[in-house]
Design a protein around this ligand. Structure first.
Ligand SMILES: Cc1cc2nc3c(=O)[nH]c(=O)nc-3n(C[C@H](O)[C@H](O)[C@H](O)COP(=O)(O)OP(=O)(O)OC[C@H]3O[C@@H](n4cnc5c(N)ncnc54)[C@H](O)[C@@H]3O)c2cc1C
Length: 677
């Protein structure tokens, strides 16, 4: 189900680009959208029809979870001396083990510590069944209701959820266990093996799953399970676990406790993309656009001390400074890790921006017009493919599309009712509540010192010093450090349209070969944001914008809605900026590679040599997050979580194949491998 690769071509975007060919040919062999588990209830006890087994018994499930799993891994002592405790589980089910763990952790963990739970589930319960299954546990009610609110739809991939102001993290891996775990990067302190019984659900207990468990285990990781089946014990022993039987719960005589004797000897198949070592200490982020803002916020949420340096008078000023940013999912029928990550990024931002309230996130919905037969066919395919659940993506006929948009329309559309508008200034205020922001602080150079970096202003004076530096300065990042890739620059301009007949009542974002927002506050008045031009410019001199942007934006609108009487473009104001992008249209994320080490260590790739190769090396403490192209507000929140996790050595919220696809050295590696023929 989880397969690696590069996205063959997105359907959606926020600028009119002529140079990107949109390919729709990739067949969808696996929908992103998993079928929710079929569940019946025996009284209050939930039972999975596919496995003929109960998730737990409604009267004893919580006590059993505490005995078998929390007791089995030695909680709460497990987290007594750890700032970050990582627990992973096979079989999320209704989440009772997670809730029991969170409940105990809340009552016993030291201030300033964090709990990270990762849980794999191949057959996610629907939200309604989850709520019903958890209803008996009244003592957990506040935690249960937070879980139900955050619970993602059954879409395959990684879903990072956050509770208790970020101190408790739950990453749900929706997908088949071995494949999902193979995509995970984490160092797990304790495991709960809680799939349905091995004779009913052998997939969950197979050798490939155990091999991944061993790969992911920290030395001396603990493991607990309700089953003592001989086959399970033998597999665990074969993968380096010492196992023992402990008294079981209720009628079950025994349960399993186990200690990893690792480390496991698995070989990394792509050592050139191995992550950098984690680093503690202060963080300096350079650039206060959506990339830097979200990176700073994610790092501060992990308890890091963060200073954000922005050259302009304010944050959210350059490409990220439009009055409103349109955010819709990037849907791609390719079905690979990058495509799944972009869908997960969308679901993540709904939680992240949504949690910051209506000043930041306005889920007004998006109505994407399907203007010709080809677009209609593609739209129908996307809706039918279940790339998102039906309540997130619907095909509407013209009448329903008009009702959703609030204005007259004569063509069918895709409707994304949960998508909408992010408001950058309000977002910046929320993202920096725990961050020291230094405005008008241009960083001209970085100097490596023992154990960190100094940040120098244009006069050469030291303005800051930090163990970790995150470069998020868009195109200007290239001036701060040598980078193993070249940026591309795409200029764009939005036009502010005062409300007029035919669009004044627009209540959703209208997408066509451009976009039109409902009226928002712009420069003290109300205006619709009409966007956006998309022009190739030089990254070294990206300001050569064309003067006809308003006319071009209006032309696109006029083509989509020919009945409108459009204003004179010369009367309209707008805003021009530049998007930093890359040749493969994917973001750049992660540690900055030490390219001398790459050249010396991976030269054999040129000759097609199979290795072994050493792990990648990085400039210590130097990271990058940029190249967000035309979709920064979609991808930045999830990419920032991944960056923060990488800096701190915590479980990654992205699949390994996706991290590889965003790796700063990917172009270099690709080029070297290509030269091997
Ligand atoms: C016209 C237009 C419309 C768009 N519409 C949308 C949309 O609707 N939805 C969407 O998701 N995306 C949209 N985008 C794309 C989106 O704006 C970008 O993906 C996003 O803003 C990139 O964020 P960033 O933080 O990487 O870059 P930026 O926002 O450009 O931030 C980089 C920051 O770094 C600062 N900086 C640079 N050098 C230094 C230095 N040396 N020291 C300190 N600070 C420095 C800059 O001042 C700047 O504030 C649009 C882009 C354009 C141009």
């Amino acid at each position: 189900m989880l397969r690696a690769g590069i996205s063959p071509g997105p359907f959606f975007g926020y600028g009119r680009r002529r140079h990107v060919s949109r390919t729709y040919s990739a067949p969808v062999t696996e929908p992103y959208n998993l079928s929710p588990a079929a569940v019946t209830f025996d009284g209050a006890t939930p039972r999975a029809l596919a496995f003929g087994d109960v998730y737990f018994h409604s009267e004893s499930g919580l006590t059993e979870a505490r005995h078998v799993f929390l007791g089995g891994v030695g909680a709460p002592d497990l987290w007594a001396d750890r700032q970050h405790t990582v627990i992973a589980e096979t079989g999320f089910g209704a989440g009772l083990n997670f809730l029991a763990t969170w409940d105990l952790w809340r009552r016993t963990a030291a201030p300033g510590s964090f709990l990270h739970v990762i849980s794999v589930e191949g057959y996610p319960l629907s939200r309604a069944d989850l709520a019903r299954a958890l209803a008996p546990w009244r003592e957990l009610a506040p935690l249960t209701s937070a879980l139900i609110d955050a619970y993602p739809p059954p879409v395959a991939g990684f879903h990072p959820l956050s509770f208790d102001n970020g101190r408790v993290r739950l990453t749900l891996l929706f997908g088949e266990a071995a494949a999902a775990l193979a995509e995970l990067s984490a160092r797990v302190d304790a495991w709960y093996l809680d799939g349905f019984a091995p004779d009913r659900n052998p997939e969950m207990w197979r050798d490939e799953v155990m091999a991944e468990i061993a790969r992911l285990s920290a030395p001396t990781a603990r493991l607990a399970s309700f089953t003592v089946a001989g086959e399970v014990r033998r597999r665990l022993i074969a993968h380096g676990f010492a196992v023992e039987k402990a008294p079981g719960f209720g009628p079950k005589r025994e349960c399993l406790r186990s200690l990893f004797q690792g480390p496991s000897a698995t070989r990394d198949p792509r050592p050139w993309f191995a992550p950098p070592p984690s680093l503690s200490g202060k963080v300096a982020v350079i650039g206060g656009g959506i990339a830097g803002l979200m990176a700073a916020s994610a790092l501060a949420d992990l308890g890091r001390q963060v200073t954000l340096h922005e050259a302009a008078d304010d944050v959210a000023a350059a490409a990220s400074g439009n009055p409103a940013a349109v955010v819709e999912p990037w849907l791609d029928r390719g079905g690979n890790a990058v495509a799944r990550t972009h869908v997960a990024a969308y679901l993540h931002l709904l939680r992240r921006y949504g949690g910051w309230g209506p000043q930041v996130w306005q889920p007004c919905g998006i109505v994407r017009l399907l203007g010709d037969e080809a677009a209609r066919q593609q739209g129908a395919l996307l809706a039918a493919d279940r790339l998102l659940p039906a309540d997130h993506l619907r095909y509407l006929d013209a009448a329903d599309a008009a009702a959703a948009a609030g204005i007259a329309l004569d063509q069918p559309a895709l409707h994304l009712p949960h998508a909408g508008l992010a408001r950058p200034k309000a977002l910046a205020a929320q993202a920096t509540t725990k961050v020291e922001v230094r405005r008008r602080s241009e960083i001209a150079a970085l100097r490596e010192i023992d154990g960190g970096w100094t940040l120098l202003d244009p006069s050469g004076a030291e303005v800051d010093r930090a163990e970790v530096v995150v470069m998020a300065a868009a195109l200007a990042t290239a001036r701060l450090a040598p980078l193993p890739f070249a940026f591309q620059a795409r200029a764009g301009e939005i036009t502010f349209l005062p409300p007029f007949a035919g669009i004044a009542d627009l209540r959703a974002v209208l997408m066509f070969n451009g976009y039109l927002t409902p009226a928002v506050d712009v420069e003290g008045g109300k205006a619709h944001v009409l966007g956006a031009t998309f022009d190739v410019v030089s990254p070294d001199n990206p300001v050569s914008l064309k003067g006809d942007a308003a006319a071009r934006n209006l032309r696109a609108l006029g083509k989509a809605l020919p009945h409108l009487t459009l204003p004179d473009p010369a009367t309209l104001k707008g805003r021009a900026q530049v998007r930093a992008t890359t040749t493969d249209h994917l973001a750049i994320l992660g540690g900055v590679p030490d390219m001398d080490h790459y050249a010396a260590s991976y030269a054999g790739l040129r000759q097609g040599k199979r290795g072994p190769y050493p792990s990648a090396r990085y400039r210590p403490g130097l990271y990058i997050m940029t190249g967000l192209g035309a979709r920064g507000f979609l991808t930045a929140p999830l990419l920032a979580e991944a960056l923060a996790a990488q800096v701190s050595g915590l479980p990654m919220p992205l699949e390994r194949a996706a991290m590889d696809a965003f790796h700063p050295a990917r172009f270099w590696v690709r080029e070297v491998k290509r030269s091997a023929g």
